[in-house]
Design a protein around this ligand. Sequence first.
Ligand SMILES: [Zn+2]
Length: 330
Amino acid sequence: MSGSPIGLAIELADEERSGAARTRALAAAKALGAGGVAFAAGDDDATRATIDAAKGAGLAVTLQVAGGALAGKCPNDPDARTAAAARAGDAATKHAPAAIELVGFGFPESRAALDGALRFLDALCGCAGCARRGAARKLDVAKLAAKGRKLVEAAGGASATKGAPPLERPEEIGPWLVRQLGAGEAAVLLSVRRESLVAQVQDVRRRLPPGVALRSVAHPSPFVGGRALGGGLVALADLLDGFTLDGPADLATADAKSLAAAVKSARTAAQPSSAFTLRLALPGPEGRDATKSLLRAAIGEGLAAVRFAGTSRWSDTDLAELRAVAAAKR
Ligand SMILES: [Zn+2]
């Protein structure tokens, strides 16, 4: 493991982009020793003022741009795709941040209470844009999407495998999907989806002025959508300067081993040179011990940086301790 220090950053919630909340958040960044700050790009004065305040505090600014998937739109929907790329390009041109971070530039996700395999099928898109991409590869995507919905119905419950544990990991979902859809169909489907992600990110890249880095929230599994670009991390590496991994939703109850395994699996699915930032939403200060063990476990897997959301809830003393954990030799 390298002995180079890990980068630390904070993420601001919308309400931390003005007034006393912003002052407190930037003070927390200092206590943490953070070198960067990320927050949502808006066309409001708060975005401009927060950029100025952050730059004044010596922080590198990452502006987050929302993609169509957050609104249930497919990346192959031409209008949604153009609008999302334009939002990213405009934010980069107008505000000259250090980086743009894509949030929700992959496929939409199913909100249904199903396992990972069924959620994938439930959200499978058969729109005209997807159908066109599929047709170029001799795959009827609309027919496959309809078949997917039938499979979800037929499962009649939360799990793809009746009576067996739910399918959540990509190495379990993949083989199951091959049995349901056929090996050729499943492979071409995943390849078409990967192409769609790459094309969407290329659209964004073309609109960025030189000098602005481009990163995205990402997940190693091609069966994941929503906030993350799911899968294709090797193909996306040339277009992106880094990936952001969402940490567990509740750090206070999360398991350090599983988190370390998740980071490792993401790094394994990407090129060795790809830089990963782990995003951790801090629990209340009572979760400080749990957070420290998670941080220790995760940085052991070779992250480039860790970004904390919710830092304003912690005292400067607690944040300084977190900084010390991150600075400890890996
Ligand atoms: Zn589609």
